[in-house]
Design a protein around this ligand. Structure first.
Ligand code: HEM
Length: 509
C-alpha cells in the first residue's frame, strides 16, 4: 500500500514522457533526447546564464542538423529557404501560444495587444488600421523629434562627463542608450520624453522593472504554462480583480496619463495635423476614420509601442558601438565617412549637429556596420514560433504534422556560411560591400525584425533612430571601451542586453 501512490505517480510520469516523445511522430526528427520528453529542456537551455556570444541554438543545429526537435511539440529550422515556407503567405499564419505570455494583465484582466494576441483576425484588423503610422513616408514626420532627443543625449553626455576636451571618467554607455531609446519612443508615441535623459536616472524604476519582466519572459516563452501557474494563475488574477496583490506597473500609469493628455490635445485640434503628429494622434485618427467601426484600443497600442520599441533599439545601438570599439580599424573607417559629411549637410538641433535620415542613408560603410552588428547581435532571443495548420506543412522537404510549433532563430540564420561566408563568427562590415548579389542574399537571410505579417511593425522607426544617432554621436564624441581586451557579457533574458558597457568619452567638435 505504501508503494501504491509512488508507483502510480512514476508510471503516470513515464507514460506522460513517452507520449511526449512519440507525439505526432516527431520522434523521427533529430534533437537532444531530453528535449523530446519535456519543454524543461528549453527552459534549462534558455537559463544557462550569460554568454558573450548571442548564439541561441547555433550549437544545437551544428550537432543535429538543419531540422531539429527542441521540444515535444517544437521543431526549429536553420535553412534560410525555410523563412518563406514558415513565415510566407503560404506558410503558417498562426502565432504560437507563447506570445500570450507577453500580455500584461491590468487589475486582473487580460487585454490583447498587437504583439501578444493569438487572434489572427483581431491582429490583422488592428495592424491594417495603424499600419500607415509606420510607413517609410510617415516616419519623416517624426524626424525632427528624433533630432531633438539626439541633441538631449549629446548635451547630457557632454555636460555630465566631459571636462574641457580631456577624456571622461568611465560611464555606462548601455544605460544612456537605453535612456535615449526609451525617451525617443515615448516622445514619438505621446509627445513627451519620459525624462530618463534629462534626469540621468531610471525614472520610477521603469527600466529595472522591465528588465525583471524580460528575465521571466525568456523562460515563459519556452514553457507558457509557467506563466499561467505564476503571474497569470487564475487565483492571482481573481485577487488582482479585487485590488489584492496587484503589483505596481509604473510604465502603464505613465502611458495612461500621457495618453489622456495627448487625446485632449488631439480632440482640440479636431482633425487638423498641426506641427506635431504623434503615434497616438495617428491611432486616434485611424479609429475615427475606420469605416467599418472595428473596435480599436489606441491606448493599448501606445503601451505596445513604448514596450516593444525601447530595449530592442537600445540593444542594437549598443552592439553597433561595441563592435566598432572592439574593431578600431572599422571605427576609423566609419569615422572617415562621418567626417566627410560637411556641416551644411547636417540638421541643427539645439547645440548639436545631427545627421539627417536622407544623408545617413547615403553612407555605405555606416549601413554595413549597422547590418553587421544586427547580424551578430539580433536583439530578441525569444522564439518567433508559428503553429502548423491542421493539414500539416512540408518545410525543407520534411512533413511537419498539424499543430506543431515551428520557427527559426535569427542567431542561427545569421551564421549560415553559404550565405554570409566562412568567417561568420567575425565582425566584418566589409562583407556587405563586396558583391551586390551576395549582399542581396544576405539581406534576404536577415531575421532581426522577423518576417511576414507579424514582423516588426516599428522597424522603420528604429532604423530612423539608429542611422541618425550613430554618426551624430561619432561626429561629436570619440568612444573607447574601458576594457578593450574583454568580451562583453550578456544578461539572461528575452532580449540580449549587455551586463555592462563601460566606456570613456573624448570631445571632438
Ligand atoms: C532594433 C530595434 C527592434 C528590433 C530588433 C525589433 C524586433 C522585433 C521582432 C523580432 C518582433 C517579433 C516578430 C515576430 O514575432 O515574428 C517585433 C515585433 C514588433 N515590434 Fe519590433 N523591434 C525593434 C524596434 C521596434 C520599435 C521601435 C517599435 C515601435 C515603434 C516596435 C514595435 C513592434 C511591434 C508593434 C511588434 C508586433 C508586430 C505584430 O505582431 O504585428 N519594434 N519586433
Amino acid at each position: 500500500m505504501d508503494l501504491l501512490i509512488p508507483t502510480i505517480l512514476t508510471v503516470s510520469l513515464a507514460i506522460y514522457l513517452l507520449l511526449n516523445k512519440f507525439h505526432n511522430g516527431l520522434h523521427r526528427i533529430p534533437g537532444p533526447l531530453c528535449a523530446s520528453f519535456t519543454d524543461f529542456w528549453k527552459v534549462w537551455y534558455a537559463s544557462r546564464g550569460s554568454n558573450h556570444r548571442n548564439d541561441t541554438y547555433v550549437d544545437t543545429h551544428r550537432e543535429y542538423g538543419d531540422i531539429v526537435r527542441i521540444g515535444p511539440n517544437n521543431v526549429v529550422f536553420a535553412d534560410p529557404l525555410a523563412i518563406q515556407e514558415i513565415y510566407g503567405t503560404k506558410g503558417s499564419q498562426q502565432k504560437s501560444p507563447h506570445y500570450d505570455t507577453f500580455s500584461m494583465p491590468v487589475k486582473g484582466h487580460q487585454f490583447p495587444s498587437l504583439l501578444s494576441s493569438l487572434d489572427q483576425k483581431w491582429h490583422d484588423q488592428q495592424r491594417k488600421l495603424i499600419n500607415t503610422a509606420f510607413s517609410a513616408t510617415a516616419i519623416l514626420k517624426y524626424e525632427p523629434w528624433v533630432d531633438d532627443t539626439i541633441n538631449v543625449l549629446l548635451r547630457e553626455l557632454k555636460s555630465r562627463f566631459l571636462v574641457g576636451k580631456g577624456q571622461s571618467e568611465s560611464l555606462e554607455l548601455y544605460t544612456w542608450l537605453a535612456y535615449f531609446a526609451a525617451d525617443v519612443i515615448s516622445d514619438l508615441t505621446y509627445g513627451q520624453r519620459t525624462g530618463f535623459l534629462e534626469t540621468g536616472t531610471d525614472v520610477l524604476g521603469i527600466q529595472g522593472n522591465v528588465e525583471k519582466v524580460f528575465q521571466f519572459w525568456l523562460l515563459f516563452a519556452q514553457m507558457p504554462i509557467l506563466d499561467r501557474l505564476t503571474f497569470k494563475n487564475p487565483l492571482l488574477l481573481f485577487l488582482n480583480r479585487h485590488g489584492i496583490m496587484e503589483s505596481k506597473k509604473p510604465l502603464l500609469s505613465i502611458v495612461h496619463r500621457h495618453f489622456e493628455a495627448r487625446k485632449k490635445i488631439w480632440e482640440e485640434k479636431d482633425g487638423r495635423e498641426g506641427d506635431r503628429v504623434t503615434l497616438i494622434d495617428r491611432f486616434l485618427q485611424a479609429q475615427r476614420d475606420n469605416a467599418e467601426k472595428v473596435p480599436m484600443p489606441p491606448e493599448r497600442h501606445a503601451v505596445t509601442m513604448v514596450t516593444a520599441g525601447s530595449e530592442t533599439t537600445a540593444i542594437t545601438l549598443a552592439s553597433i558601438f561595441y563592435f566598432l570599439m572592439k574593431n578600431p580599424e572599422c571605427y576609423t573607417r566609419l569615422q572617415e565617412e562621418v567626417d566627410a559629411i560637411t556641416p551644411d549637410q547636417l540638421h541643427t538641433a539645439g547645440d548639436s549637429m545631427v545627421f539627417p535620415w536622407r544623408v545617413a542613408q547615403t553612407m555605405p560603410y555606416l549601413d554595413a556596420c549597422i547590418r553587421e552588428a544586427m547580424r551578430l547581435h539580433p536583439a530578441q532571443r525569444i522564439p518567433h514560433n508559428r503553429v502548423v495548420p491542421e493539414a500539416g506543412l512540408v518545410i525543407r522537404g520534411q512533413f511537419i504534422p498539424g499543430s506543431t510549433e515551428v520557427g527559426i532563430y535569427p542567431s542561427v540564420l545569421h551564421r549560415r556560411k553559404e550565405v554570409f561566408g566562412d568567417d561568420v563568427e567575425t565582425y566584418r562590415p566589409e562583407r556587405w560591400l563586396e558583391d551586390s548579389q551576395k549582399t542581396e542574399r544576405m539581406k534576404a537571410s536577415m531575421f532581426t525584425f522577423s518576417y511576414g505579417k507579424y514582423n516588426c511593425l516599428g522597424q522603420n522607426i528604429s532604423r530612423l533612430e539608429i542611422y541618425k544617432l550613430v554618426p551624430s554621436v561619432m561626429r561629436a564624441l570619440q568612444l573607447q571601451l574601458k576594457h578593450p581586451d574583454r568580451e562583453w557579457e550578456l544578461k539572461p533574458g528575452a532580449f540580449a542586453m549587455p551586463k555592462e558597457l563601460p566606456v570613456y568619452l573624448n570631445g571632438r567638435v
